[in-house]
Each structure stands twice: as structure tokens, then as C-alpha cells.
Write a protein that binds this ligand. Sequence first.
Ligand code: G3I
Length: 334
Amino acid sequence: DTKTPSLYGAYRGIFNIGAAVGTRSIRREREFIAAHYNSLTAENQMKFEEIHPEEQRYDFDAADEIVKFAEQNGMAVRGHTLVWHNQTPDWVFEDENGAPASRGLVLERLESHAYAVMGRYRGRIHAWDVVNEAVEDKKESYLRDTKWLSTVGEDYLEQAFRIAHKADPSASLFYNDYNETDPVKRDKIYRLVRSLLDAGAPVHGIGMQGHWNLHGPSIGEIREAIELYASLGVRLHITELDISAFAFDDRRSDLPAPTEEMQNLLAQRYDDIFRLFRDYRSVIDSVTFWGAADSHTWLDNFPVRGRLNWPLPFDRELKPKPAFWRIVEHSAGS
Ligand code: G3I
């Protein structure tokens, strides 16, 4: 419809506005997505298990379709993700006898994976989440205990960034994580990226996922995290923004319906958050929502499968919500 302003158009010249999508949403919602977003992330289609399910088999069809759609609509593409403890097939970490693969073998496999995947989209994907969620949530420990860590060793992150840079020297390389504003985890992420930069690893940015909710994190905590990460001299991308109606530890099966009052609470949260993002436009290059509209959000299945959520600026019928109008208010003009 003509009367609704474009979300990315409102932020032209400030930062890109993106959405995580799959092939189903770009087929069903193509006009809507092209109207409001100028950056795309493949929600699952570029992950190891989807694009490289067996050592000798790649499946690029879905990723190609998403990249093609982005290019047809003048959108940037963020690559997600090369190294993660989730959605990575077991074969990567096993030798021919099913025993843990050696450091050399895992790095060799990562290198051929990176060359095949990043090489295919060289110059077409401008930023990659090279490593995702490597820092442990639990207070006491530092790096998450993953198969990447146990097979390659503590320098797996540095190796991953060096491999990624060789695979596509034109791409900006990001470390991406969630709970990124929690002071304890925030300081571990800072320590990690600081150590990678000190080792000379080509880390160009930090992805702050932004899986937040109606009650937290505070604007102060978000600001402190932005300031701390920016002090490393790297770029910031908000990579997976959504504002859940409940905290992750809330496992009630009956979610409060999106009452007017709750919708206004959501609008206020987005208002406060985008006001803050705009203040840091000099370091934030893009804000990507994890989903284009409430019609498809991972939060409908997390942490309670089938419990509907409504975390995004557009509703299930792709109509703008009060949150949309508040986000647009803080755009370039006003
Ligand atoms: O592909 C299979 C399909 O063959 C099978 O029939 C179906 C039913 O079991 O599962 C399908 O795999 C699902 C996959 O999404 C693709 O749709 C997995 O079950 C499901 O767990 C997986 O969820 C994804 C999740 O990452 C996996 O951890 C979500 O869609 C995706 O939104 C979510 O995204 C992550 C980011 O990559 C990293 N940051 C956190 C964010 C939320 O968890």
C-alpha cells in the first residue's frame, strides 16, 4: 500500500535495515520484504548443516535463491554463519573411523567449506558472521565447550577469521553473539575480540544479536555494551533483533494475547531502542530483525514450541504495528 512509508527508506543514510528470511518468506512476502528491508540474512540456509550436509555434497539452491532475490531488489546480504556449535554436521568433527578428527583435519575441512561457500558469493555478501556464540553463558567459564574448541583448540576462532579473510578478502568479518549486554558475558566478548585483534586476526566487527524482551536489557546496559565494543575500533551490526513478550526463562504455555497495552509496551521498547541506535549511527552500520514480520518468528517455538509470540514491527498479516510507526518516527528526518 502506498501510505505506509518504507522502513529502510526512513533510515536511508543512517544504517541499513535488514531481516532474516527463508525461501518460504521471500516467495510469499516478496513485495513486502522488498518494500521495507535493504539487507537480508539467510535464517538457516547458509548454515553448515544446510549448505554442506555431507563432506562431498553442497546444497546451494536455497542460499542462491535468497542471494538472487536480494540482488534483484538492490539489497545487501549478511552471511550467517561459518563456525557455530549448532547446526554443524557431526562428520566435520569425525575421522573415517568415527573418532574425533585431528586439529589439522578439522581446519582443512573448515578451509574447503569457507572457500566453497564464501568463494561462491565473493563480492556479493559484504559481511559474514564468521564465528557465532563462542562465549559461555555460565558465569564462571570463558569459551563455550564446543567440538570446535575440543578438536582445534583455543585458537580456533583466530584460525576461522584468517581462513575467512583468505576465502573472501572483500568481506567484513564479524564475531556474533547473544546476551551481549549482560555485563559478565559482555566483558568476556570484549576480552575475546580484544585478544583476536591483538593476535592480528582480521576481525572487522561485532554482531550484537539483540534477542531482547519487553523487560530487558535496560537502555543503560545496551548503551554500555555498544560503547565497550565500539572502543575496540570495530564496526557494530545489530544482527537478530526481536523483542519477545516474555523472558527466556518464562515457560508458561499461555502467552498473554497481544493486548493494546502490550502492543504499546512493545512500541515504547522499540522507540527507546531505535532512539539509542540512532545516537550510535557512527558505529552501527545495520539493524537486522530476526524475521520480517510476526508471520514467521523463531520465538513461536522457543522456549515453548507452538506458543505464539509477536516480537516484530509488523503483525502476522504484514501490517505495521504501533512499534513500526515509533521506529519510523526516529528516522533520518525527525
Ligand atoms: O530442516 C529441518 C527439517 O528437515 C525438519 O523436518 C524440521 C522438523 O524437525 O526441522 C528442520 O530444521 C529446523 C531448522 O531450524 C530449519 O528450519 C530445526 O528443527 C530448528 O531447530 C532450526 O531452528 C533454527 C535455530 O536457529 C536453530 O538453532 C531457527 O529457525 C533459527 O531462527 C535460529 O536462529 C538462531 C541464529 O542462527 C543464531 N542466533 C540465535 C538464533 C535463534 O536461535
